[in-house]
Design a protein around this ligand. Structure first.
Ligand SMILES: Cc1cc2nc3c(=O)[nH]c(=O)nc-3n(C[C@H](O)[C@H](O)[C@H](O)COP(=O)(O)OP(=O)(O)OC[C@H]3O[C@@H](n4cnc5c(N)ncnc54)[C@H](O)[C@@H]3O)c2cc1C
Ligand SMILES: *[C@@H]1O[C@H](CO)[C@@H](O)[C@H](O)[C@H]1NC(C)=O
Ligand SMILES: *[C@@H]1O[C@H](CO)[C@@H](O)[C@H](O)[C@H]1NC(C)=O
Length: 512
């Protein structure tokens, strides 16, 4: 083995060297203070709820019954539509190469990554394309250097440094540590600097670091617009997540990202109940020994009418906000609201099969020469779209080649409002298929964040989507799912030493 100082090897490198798979911590020494729970309810079968089912099974073992409630198809904001012969993603689409939970899931489930199709990006200012990526790396490099100096390189270094701290969460979770609030989770990863990021706008954060306004307007804004439909007034943490989403090596799941959700449901041996949860209340039942135990009564409505069931533990895996869910919590003190303050931002995802009007982008290039696949947009008066991308199917057939722009093909447009027929007719010379999905996509971020919703709603009831107020992404829901499963386990067994530990980063350094 070559000489190598382990301390200087980054955690990331170690995770790649396979530590990820070897480090299942031993549960054998855990004192069994109480019986295992018998029944657990998970509300929502998006990536958050299904990952929670997976991690809850891991924590509590084979004996517990896990029910997952979902009125629609499993996947939630991961969804596909069939368009002609192929299926396409309409919701969450790309995954970062360092999203280790998502990676772990597809490996565990034996689902391959989607085959890569090269992309080419351009930036549209509402009138014309102000930047167009070239096929030549050196040309891109020189253009960027010419226009933005070292802003670009410094941005990559800044995002990298945040990602390095972010990656600590995987080690903490590997060792079974959990956190009782979003703030504590963020603090464990990146200390006070992460809390500050959450409380400042991305613009304030980057301006304070010396990034130029031109760079923000022309590069950073287009990236936050395509990823979160919002400007650089989002918080600095989700801003950094968004910028990481412009890294290279992004991937997707072959056959559609939502396959992970159905796969996790199956793997976790939980039962999918096709019903909408309407209310949850607390019920006391006398137990055998005469002591009364409390249960959560989950009331739900499915195709065969309404019903209810009792659970020891409940995990809410849907946003509790206006328009996203409507669950009544009754009999709790302090009361639990159906909707927390703050709203979700609308992004309409429109798929169009048609012939693009390249003049709409202010270019005089003939369509046959136009090879850009992803058009990001700057903020401009009267701009109606956030992005426009040539879309490839969720499964890339052998010998697939993306059709050229002078042929009809599938485009995906993100916009804050539904596009009218006139607007579509302006953007496309002709089209024959259109599908519109209006998403309440992610929080409308307005830092400073007064108070993030809690992970712990009640004694044994947890709320996974609180994490979205730091940043909304598949991996964030997966991290939150594991955190909530660990939290539920440790609180059930009163293992307080595994909750909210300070200074884990220094303490675990020796463990590597
Ligand atoms: C257009 C768009 C693009 C995105 N792009 C990306 C991307 O490229 N990369 C990325 O990582 N993330 C992306 N995201 C974000 C990502 O999709 C979400 O963060 C993630 O999917 C959230 O998963 P979740 O399981 O926490 O919530 P959801 O997927 O919203 O799941 C909640 C589930 O709960 C169900 N539910 C609601 N109410 C009830 C009830 N009363 N009873 C029972 N069930 C209920 C819902 O039907 C839903 O299925 C994007 C999102 C959108 C909308
Ligand atoms: C194409 O876009 C240009 C610029 O927006 C517009 O003037 C023109 O009418 C469009 N063409 C068609 C056929 O809609
Ligand atoms: C963020 O700022 C608000 C208001 O300025 C404050 O109440 C809150 O404690 C801050 N949160 C963090 C995590 O620093």
């Amino acid at each position: 083995m070559p000489m190598m100082n382990l301390q200087t090897l980054s955690l990331r490198a170690l995770l790649f060297l396979g530590l990820w798979h070897s480090g299942r911590r031993s549960l054998a020494s855990a004192p069994q203070l109480q019986d295992q729970p018998k029944r657990i309810a998970v509300v929502g079968a998006g990536i958050g709820g299904t990952a929670a089912a997976y991690f809850l099974r891991q924590e509590f073992g084979a004996g517990v019954k896990i029910d997952v409630f979902e009125p629609d198809t499993a996947g939630g904001r991961l969804a596909t539509v069939k368009f002609g012969e192929h299926e396409y993603e309409t919701g969450g689409s790309v995954i970062h190469p360092l999203n280790l939970h998502m990676k772990h899931f597809i490996e565990k489930l034996g689902i391959p990554q989607r085959k890569d199709v090269p992309t080419k990006m351009a930036i549209f200012d509402g009138k014309e394309l102000v930047f167009e990526e070239s096929d030549w790396f050196i040309i891109n490099f020189l253009r960027i250097l010419w226009r933005y100096g070292f802003n670009f390189l410094r941005m990559q270094m800044w995002v990298e440094s945040i990602l390095d701290k972010f990656m600590r969460i995987y080690q903490y979770q590997q060792y079974g540590y959990s956190f009782s609030s979003v703030e504590r989770l963020l603090h464990a990863m990146g200390g006070d600097s992460f809390l500050t990021l959450m409380n400042q706008t991305l613009e304030e954060t980057m301006r304070a670091k010396g990034f130029s306004q031109v760079f923000l307007n022309e590069i950073v804004v287009p990236i936050t617009r395509v990823n979160y439909g919002q400007s650089v007034r989002i918080n600095g943490f989700v801003g950094a997540v968004s910028l990481a989403g412009a890294d290279s090596g992004l991937w997707a799941v072959d056959g559609g990202n939502k396959r992970v959700c159905t796969g996790l449901l199956y793997h976790s041996k939980s039962e999918l109940i096709s019903a909408r949860v309407t209310s949850i209340s607390i019920k006391d039942r006398p137990s055998k020994r005469g002591i009364s135990t409390s249960f959560y009564e989950v009331n739900y409505v499915g195709e065969s009418g309404s019903a209810h069931a009792l659970y020891d533990i409940v995990v809410i895996a849907t946003p509790l906000h206006q328009g996203t869910s409507d669950i009544l919590f009754s009999g709790f003190s302090p009361p639990i609201p159906s909707h927390y303050p703050g709203r979700y931002h609308q992004t309409v995802s429109t798929l169009v099969h048609g012939l693009l009007n390249v003049s709409y982008l202010g270019t005089s290039e003939p369509a046959s020469d136009f090879t850009v696949s992803d058009i990001l947009t700057m903020e401009s008066k009267g701009s109606i779209i956030n992005s426009l991308s040539s879309l490839d199917p969720v499964h890339i057939p052998a010998a697939y080649k993306r059709p050229p722009t002078d042929q009809p093909k599938v485009w995906k447009v993100f916009s804050p409002q539904p596009l009218s027929q006139e607007q579509l007719q302006d953007m496309f010379l002709s089209y024959d298929l259109v599908s519109k999905t209006p998403w309440l996509a992610y929080p409308a971020y307005r830092p400073p964040q007064r108070k993030t919703p809690p992970f712990i709603l009640h004694d044994r009831m947890y709320y996974l989507n609180a994490v979205e107020w730091a940043a909304s992404a598949m991996e964030m829901s997966a991290i939150s799912a594991r955190n909530v499963a660990l939290l539920a386990h440790h609180r059930w067994h009163q293992q307080v030493g595994k909750i909210d530990q300070e200074d884990l980063h220094t303490r675990l350094r020796g463990e590597l």
